[in-house]
Design a protein around this ligand. Structure first.
Ligand code: IPE
Ligand code: IPE
Ligand code: MG
Length: 239
C-alpha cells in the first residue's frame, strides 16, 4: 500500500458518449446485431444511473446519427422500436429527477416517436437532477447548417444585422442551446473519430477513446475515463 493520498475525483460536469460497438459485440458472440443494440440499451441505463450517482450534471449520448439511415431497414426498425420503448418508460427518468432533452431533426421520425419525445421533454422539464440529452437523427454538420439557416432567415426578414451574429448567438441556434459544452467525450469500441457528433460543442472537450465495446462498458470504464480526464491540463488556449 502506498502512502499516497487519494486525490478527490474531479467529476466532469458534462460527459458526452458515442455509444459504439454494439454490432461487433453481437458478432463476437454469433448473435444478430440487434442483440448488441439490446445489450447496449441496458448499458445506457446503468451508466446513466452511475453518472447521476457520482454527480455528473449533463450526459449527452449519441443514439442515432444522420448517417445511420444507411443501415439495413430491419436494423433501423429495431433501433426505433427500442427508442419507442425507452420513451414509453421515460416516466422512470422523471421519477429519478432526470431532465430529458432530444437533439436532432425529428421531422423524419415516426409521429408517435415525435409525440413521445415532446411529452417526455415536457414532463421532465422541471426536473433539477441530471440532464440527459439524447441525440437522435443528429449530425453536427446538419446542426450547424440549420443554425446558419435560421440566422439567415432572421437577417433576411430584417430582424438581425449580420454583424450581430457572434459565437454566443450562434450557439443559441443549435440544438444544445442552454447546455454547457461537454468537458469529456468518451468513445468506446476502439474507433478514433467523432463521426459527426457535436462538431461545434467539442472545441475544447477532452477526448478519451477506449478499447471496450459499448455493451461491455461498465462504471469501472467510466471511472477510468474520468481518471484520465482528471490528469489533463485544460488550457483553453491560455498558458
Ligand atoms: C452503435 O453501435 C449503435 C448505433 C450506431 C445505433 P454500432 O451498431 O455502430 O456497432 P458497430 O460499430 O457496428 O460494432
Ligand atoms: C456513431 O457511430 C453514431 C452513433 C453511435 C449513434 P457509427 O458506428 O455510426 O460511426 P462510424 O460509421 O463508425 O463512423
Ligand atoms: Mg459503429
Amino acid at each position: 500500500m502506498s502512502n499516497e493520498q487519494k486525490e478527490p475525483l474531479v467529476v466532469p460536469a458534462h460527459i458526452a458518449i458515442i455509444m459504439d460497438g454494439n454490432g461487433r459485440w453481437a458478432k463476437k458472440r454469433g448473435l444478430p446485431r440487434n442483440a448488441g443494440h439490446r445489450q447496449g440499451a441496458k448499458t445506457l441505463e446503468n451508466i446513466c444511473d452511475y453518472c447521476q450517482k457520482i454527480g455528473v450534471r449533463y450526459v449527452t449520448i449519441y443514439a442515432f446519427s444522420t448517417e445511420n439511415w444507411k443501415r439495413p431497414q430491419e436494423e433501423i426498425n429495431t433501433i426505433m422500436d427500442m427508442l419507442r420503448n425507452y420513451l414509453k418508460e421515460a416516466s422512470k427518468q422523471t421519477r429519478r429527477n432526470v431532465r430529458l432533452l432530444f437533439l436532432g431533426d425529428r421531422a423524419p421520425l415516426a409521429s408517435d416517436i415525435r409525440q413521445l419525445m415532446n411529452q417526455a421533454e415536457k414532463d421532465s422539464a422541471g426536473n433539477t437532477g441530471m440532464t440527459l440529452c439524447i441525440a437522435v437523427n443528429y449530425g453536427g454538420r446538419a446542426e450547424i447548417v440549420r443554425a446558419a439557416r435560421s440566422l439567415a432567415r432572421l437577417a433576411a426578414q430584417g430582424d438581425l444585422a449580420p454583424d450581430e451574429i457572434g459565437e454566443q448567438l450562434f450557439s443559441e441556434h443549435l440544438y444544445t442551446r442552454g447546455i454547457p459544452s461537454p468537458d469529456l467525450l468518451i468513445r468506446p469500441s476502439g474507433e478514433l473519430r467523432v463521426s459527426n457528433f457535436l462538431l461545434w460543442q467539442l472545441a475544447y472537450t477532452e477526448f478519451v477513446f477506449m478499447d471496450v465495446l459499448w455493451p461491455d462498458f461498465s462504471p469501472l470504464h467510466l471511472d477510468q475515463a474520468i481518471a484520465q480526464y482528471a490528469k489533463r491540463n485544460r488550457r483553453f488556449g491560455g498558458i
